[in-house]
Design a protein around this ligand. Structure first.
Ligand SMILES: *[C@@H]1O[C@H](CO)[C@@H](O)[C@H](O)[C@H]1NC(C)=O
Ligand SMILES: *[C@@H]1O[C@H](CO)[C@@H](O)[C@H](O)[C@H]1NC(C)=O
Ligand SMILES: *[C@@H]1O[C@H](CO)[C@@H](O)[C@H](O)[C@H]1NC(C)=O
Ligand SMILES: *[C@@H]1O[C@H](CO)[C@@H](O)[C@H](O)[C@H]1NC(C)=O
Ligand SMILES: *[C@@H]1O[C@H](CO)[C@@H](O)[C@H](O)[C@H]1NC(C)=O
Ligand SMILES: *[C@@H]1O[C@H](CO)[C@@H](O)[C@H](O)[C@H]1NC(C)=O
Length: 457
């Protein structure tokens, strides 16, 4: 039992040792070599057996990429035969079985096979066969690449294509890489590269293609320095037109400013070359250019009048333009920002809008009256109580407002300057000035009927 176990163990270890020895008899540190044309290449082989304890036979042979195969060196322990055609260029010295190629040329590309028969003196086992293949390429190092752009001038976005080429004077198996602003070019649907990346075709050119381009050439044996940088200038825009102001209160497209306050508006848009800007004031009369340049200065006292402004950005190269419109409302915002910061942020804009809206409605009435009866002298006669029902169809029970109710009359008096000289006369003198142009406005049209009776009676 014990003997059987020992024998099994022994067998195992012998088998283990045999396989171990076989796989470790030779070792090739590198199975692929990228050789440089003109330089030497060592096909290195490490041996892990005592040269004196073995009988050995071996062949180094070469298979070209075309498939033709040639013997280079045949050897055994005593003799070495080197292929005469390569003998000047090959170095093979036993017991070192590495093969040194002294000067590489393209002819030396291909697969190098080493095949060995090894037999140990102290055992009568089978002849151990070892075979290895080493792949060799031969390349010319790349020279520094030259970059070129077509067209050489700046291009307009979406209307042009750009072709970049990168070329090297020397180098085999060259692969090019493109860098934009020092970052390897990210793939894009608009980039078209040829097989070795020597040509980059951008179609169509976009704003984001603007930048500095370089190329790098490389092959298995070398990497070039970067080419010089070439700028690609792309004309584009205007984009993202925006109007901002540090003053006033902004609600969407509406800026509310204090009366008499000088407010600066800046118009900005992304564009190459820079835009030209014009500011246009729009009113019922039409629109007119009020200033040029990115900044508009406004000082307005005209309360309750919504003024429309428009900033127009124009790129004279792309011939594109963009416009941003906003409304300016003059209303008392109090102390402006300080007031708003003191109040809670969410409430203040809403409150301001409510206040200004109310203010605007109130002012509209006043403005309307003023405008109709243009020059300053306005006479208003209020027909106070008591009124007959026929003359006064609307009544009010509102205590504070009763004084203001009545019929407002505006009379145009023909005079030296018919259009300008206007005044308003009271209705009481209506009979005496029948020839004048008169207009009667019933100011308050809808008055609740019920509570008024008690007051009037
Ligand atoms: C075999 O020869 C090469 C040069 O021909 C040498 O670089 C290498 O170290 C040698 N190997 C051994 C094990 O001596
Ligand atoms: C034969 O000799 C080699 C080296 O001298 C040794 O490593 C190996 O173990 C020996 N083999 C046997 C079966 O004795
Ligand atoms: C740009 O390239 C596209 C094809 O990708 C072509 O159809 C177009 O005509 C070219 N435009 C110019 C301006 O060359
Ligand atoms: C508009 O904003 C820009 C930056 O966003 C700023 O430089 C500029 O001063 C602002 N203009 C005004 C009038 O506040
Ligand atoms: C309307 O346009 C005319 C002529 O362009 C100008 O004289 C007038 O002042 C304008 N009126 C207003 C209210 O802008
Ligand atoms: C475009 O406008 C700039 C000034 O903003 C001017 O210098 C340039 O000559 C103009 N170019 C063309 C093509 O009109």
């Amino acid at each position: 039992m014990e003997a059987a176990r020992r024998t099994a163990l022994c067998l195992c270890s012998v088998l283990f040792v045999l396989t171990e020895v076989s796989s470790r008899l030779i070792h090739i540190p590198s199975l692929v070599h990228h050789g440089v044309k003109g330089s030497a290449l060592l096909l290195s082989v490490e041996t892990h057996f005592p040269w004196d304890d073995v009988e050995i036979q071996g062949i180094w042979s070469h298979t070209k990429p075309s498939g033709s195969r040639e013997m280079l060196v045949t050897f055994d322990k005593k003799d070495t035969i080197t292929n005469m055609r390569y003998s000047n260029n090959l170095v093979f010295r036993k017991p070192n079985i590495s093969l040194l190629i002294q000067k590489l040329s393209e002819d030396y590309e291909g697969d190098y096979e080493l095949s060995l028969n090894i037999q140990f003196h102290n055992q009568s086992g089978p002849v151990i066969k070892e075979e290895r293949t080493i792949h060799v390429t031969v390349d010319v190092p790349v020279s520094n690449p030259v970059i070129e752009k077509s067209p050489s001038y700046a291009v307009i976005e979406d209307r042009a294509n750009v072709t970049w080429t990168c070329a090297v004077e020397m180098g085999t198996r060259v692969v090019f890489q493109w860098l934009k602003d020092n970052i390897p070019l990210a793939p894009s649907k608009r980039y078209h590269l040829n097989h070795d990346n020597s040509m980059l075709f951008i179609s169509p050119v976009r704003k984001e293609d603007k930048g500095t381009y370089r190329c790098v050439a490389s092959n298995p044996v070398s990497q070039s320095q970067d080419s010089r940088s070439v700028e690609l200038n792309v004309y584009y825009g205007p984009y993202n037109l925006e109007v901002n102001s540090s003053q006033g209160l902004r609600t969407g497209e509406v800026f509310t400013i204090n009366p008499g306050e000088l407010v600066l508006f800046d118009c900005q848009a992304d564009s190459n070359p820079p835009n030209s800007y014009v500011w246009i004031s729009k009113n019922h009369n039409g629109s007119q250019i009020i200033t040029e340049g990115p900044r508009l200065e406004v000082r307005s006292y005209r309360l309750a009048q919504a003024e429309e402004y428009l900033c127009r950005a124009f790129n004279n190269v792309t011939q594109k333009q963009d416009e941003a419109q906003f409304t300016l409302v003059v209303a008392s915002l109090g102390t402006g920002k300080q007031k708003h910061t003191q109040e809670s942020g969410s409430v203040s804009p809403l409150a301001a809008i409510t206040v200004s809206s109310l203010f605007i409605i109130g002012c509209m009435l006043l403005f309307f009256l003023r405008k109709t009866c243009h020059p300053k002298r306005v006479l208003m006669t209020i027909y106070n109580r008591p009124f007959t029902e026929e003359k006064r169809p609307h009544r009010s029970g509102h205590e504070d407002a009763t004084e203001d109710f009545g019929i407002y009359e505006f009379v145009s008096i023909p005079g030296k300057m018919e259009s300008a000289q206007m005044s308003c006369r009271s209705l009481s003198r209506l009979e005496s000035i029948q020839d004048m142009h008169t207009t009667i406005y019933d100011v308050i049209r809808h008055v609740p009927e019920t509570p008024s009776h008690s007051l009037l009676n």
